[in-house]
Design a protein around this ligand. Structure first.
Ligand code: SF4
Length: 420
């Protein structure tokens, strides 16, 4: 099989993993233009400083000994199979890099023979890239669940980021859709990576030349909608992952029915709106001081309200805390106001040291007043277009979609997707 064919098969097999962010798009090129978004596995990720980096997103191999029911590469699925050698994949990456197609590599694989054997192949690929080609670019590697800790340790010295995908939020779901994978196969290496990161951080304080270990941290991915797991379970798990494993990011991937099986939903069990609400809730947990219990409305059981972003929903359920006076409220309370983000809250706190802030001043600071107007006063005046009444404000915020049942919102009907 030639390299071109391997690239086609192994980039196709990698595209359902969102744990390095986007997977490009399907816009077709034209003969009189330049550039293409669809060709062979270039995806984009974001560095800590906000830079967008393009990655070659590819599998080492799509052979797999496991049979995870939701996965296109599962052992029992009839798909074309291919595998690189470490030399081939390292050479391909460096050639793409030299041609300026990519700035880094997102490397994953099905499990060939054993988890340890697969890890050795991935490590060998990275070793060639780092040592033979002296490649200093970004490498995000998917660790193989069940691999030996010594191999995880070695991989961590070559990779910038490692992820181990949990995929299914509960043990029950794992048992149903990926029975060969045990929870410990995922949590054990995650714990090991987390401990190594902490240890390395401590060592660095004492010894300048401490070798690096996954300097960009670890992340994971959860599939949403392949099982009946609720948003509450997903976010409880997320909260634990951030607290106990120091994860940099948890990615949520709305289930896409690419393979058929009686245990799988026949249509997308989820929606892009649900995925987006989970990302918004995740943001609130990490940066806005919310905890999971605060984000849930009893009317929706253990699901997030799809018609409103979770911060608005929380504010409306706690309307007695509002309006807050922007010239007096503390920073933590400002953060809880819909329409005021972290940067805006900081700007308000800084600006009011020099004098009272006017409503006009809030506009100039970039506060999203179409939401914030209902929850603040400015120099004692309330500017909301309706009185401070939870139902009326909800109708205003939900707007034209107010009478739409949240359960009817599916892919293609997305709306109100702005962040806070
Ligand atoms: S181990 Fe990974 S590649 Fe193999 S079937 Fe499961 S999800 Fe797919």
């Amino acid at each position: 099989m030639d390299i071109q064919e391997k690239i086609e098969i192994l980039t196709e097999g990698a595209k359902y993993d969102v744990s390095c962010s986007s997977s490009g798009s399907s816009r077709r090129g034209s003969s009189n233009g330049i550039g293409s978004t669809a060709s062979s596995g270039i995806c984009h990720s974001w560095a800590d400083d906000g830079r967008c980096i393009s990655l070659l997103k590819i599998l080492y191999s799509n052979y797999c000994i496991y049979d995870c029911i939701y996965c296109v590469n599962r052992a029992s699925n009839d798909v074309r199979r291919a595998a690189f050698t470490p030399e081939e994949l390292a050479k391909l990456t460096i050639e793409f890099y030299k041609r300026n197609y990519i700035e880094g590599l997102f490397l994953s694989s099905g499990v060939i023979n054993t988890p340890d054997y697969t890890m050795e192949c991935l490590i060998q690929t990275m070793k060639i890239l780092r040592e033979q080609y002296r490649f200093n670019g970004y490498i995000h590697m998917k660790a193989i669940p069940g691999a030996d800790e010594k191999l995880i340790q070695l991989a961590g010295t070559y990779a910038d980021r490692m992820s181990i995908n949990i995929e299914l939020p509960t043990e029950e779901s794992l048992l149903k859709l990926a029975p060969q994978k045990k929870k410990e196969m995922i949590t054990k290496p995650m714990t090991y990576i987390s401990n190594q990161i902490s240890e390395q951080r401590e060592n660095r304080k004492k010894y300048k030349r401490t070798p690096s270990f996954v300097p960009a941290g670890q992340s994971t991915q959860l599939i949403i909608g392949a099982t009946p797991d609720k948003d509450y379970q997903v976010l409880r798990l997320t909260e634990g992952l951030y607290k106990h494993f120091q994860l940099k990011r948890v990615y949520y991937s709305s289930y896409i029915p690419i393979v058929e099986h009686p245990s799988l939903p026949t249509t997308s069990g989820s929606s892009l709106v649900r995925e987006h609400r989970l990302y918004q809730a995740d943001w609130l947990l990490r940066f806005y001081g919310f905890d999971v219990d605060e984000l849930f409305n009893n009317n929706y059981g253990q699901q997030l309200d799809l018609t409103l972003d979770p911060k608005c929903d929380w504010a409306l359920r706690n309307i007695e805390l509002f309006p807050v006076e922007v010239n007096k409220a503390d920073y933590e309370m400002l953060l809880k106001v819909p329409g005021i983000g972290i940067k805006s809250a900081r700007k308000i706190v800084t600006a009011r040291r020099f004098g009272p802030i006017s409503y006009e001043g809030l506009k100039q600071m970039g506060i999203v007043l179409k939401r914030a107007q209902y929850f603040i006063t400015c120099q004692g005046k309330y500017y909301g277009s309706v009185s401070l009444d939870g139902h009326r404000i909800r109708n205003k915020l939900v707007g034209v979609y107010g009478n739409q049942q949240s359960s009817n919102i599916t892919i293609g009907q997305s709306y109100q997707l702005s962040f806070f």
